[in-house]
Design a protein around this ligand. Sequence first.
Ligand SMILES: [Zn+2]
Ligand SMILES: [Zn+2]
Length: 352
Amino acid sequence: MVNPSRGPERLVRAGQWLIALLFAYFLIQVGGALIADLPLLSSQPRLEQYLDQPRVAALETELQPLQSRQQALQEQADRLRERQQQASQAYGREKASFDNWRSARSVTEQSEQNPEVIARARQLDGLLQQQQQLSAEQERIEAQLRALRASLAPPQQQLGELRAQAEGRWRQAVQRAELRAFGIRLLFVGPLLGLALWQFRRFRGSDQWPFVWGFLLFGLFAFFVELVPYLPSFGAYIRYGVGALLTFLVGRALIRWLNTYLARKQQEQVAPQEQRQRSIRYEKALQALGRSQCPSCERSLPRRDGVLPDYCMHCGLQLQHDCSQCGFHHYACFPYCPSCGKPADLAPERLA
Ligand SMILES: [Zn+2]
Ligand SMILES: [Zn+2]
C-alpha cells in the first residue's frame, strides 16, 4: 500500500514526538521542584510539640532518682542470687563428700565423737548458715524493690496518660496537615490539569501539537504523581469516592464521543458522492485503504485477490474509478492518475 507521508516527514514526526516528551519531562521537573519547595508542605507536626513539656519534665525528675535506685537494687539482687547459687552448690558438694566419708568410716566402726567428724560437721553447718544469711539479705532487697515499685507506679502512670493525650492531639494535627497539603496541591494541580485538557481539546490539531501533547503529559503526570498519592486517607471514602467520580467522568466522555462520532458519520454518508470524496483528507484516506478500511465509515473491507472493491458495501463511498482520459482503474482518492498524470476532477484541497 502507498505510504502517505513524505520521506523527511517521517523523521521530523519522530523528532516532534521527542520534542513533546522532552517538553513534558522538563515541565515535570520544574513542577516537582516547585511543589517540593513549598514551605507549607515540608513542615510535619512532631509528637513533642503536643506534650505538656513542664509537667513531663517534672515527672521525669521525680522518677529519675527512683529509677536509678531501682536499677542499683536490681543489680544487687542479681549478684546475691548468684552468690546464693554458689553457696548452695558448695554445701551440696561438701555434704555429699561428708556422707561418703562417714559411711566408709562406719564400716571400720569408729566412734562418732571423733574430733575429725566434729570438725567436718561444723564446716557443713557454717556453709548452711552462710546460705541462710544470703537468703535473708535477698528477701530484704526484694522487699525494698517492691516498695520502690509501688512509689514508681503513680508518676509512671501520669506520664503514660500525658503521652497518650499528646499522641491523640498529634494524630489529629497530622490529619489536618495532610488535608491542608492536599488542598495546596489541588490548588496547583487542578487548574493545571484543566488547562492541559482544555488546550489539548482546542489545539491538538494545530502545527504546535508537540507542545500541546507535552503540556498534556505534564498535566496528567502532575495529577497522578503529585496529587493522587496525597489523597488523605480518612477511611476509604475519599479515595474510592474520587475513583468513582473519575470513572464516571471518563465513561460519560467516552459515551459522548461515541455519539458525536456516529452522528458525524451518519451526516457524512447522506452527502452526495462528490462532496464525500472532498471531505476526506488524502493522508487519512491512504492510511484507511492501507488497513483495508473504508476512509469514510471506517468499517473493514474485504480484498479479492489483494484488490479492494470499487464501492464500500457499508456506506456506498466510491473507492476506485476509471481515469476519464486514459481509462486506467485506480483509487478514487488519488489526486493524479498514476498512468497518464491527469489531475483528478475532484477535490484539489485533498492535495494537502
Ligand atoms: Zn464505507
Ligand atoms: Zn489516466
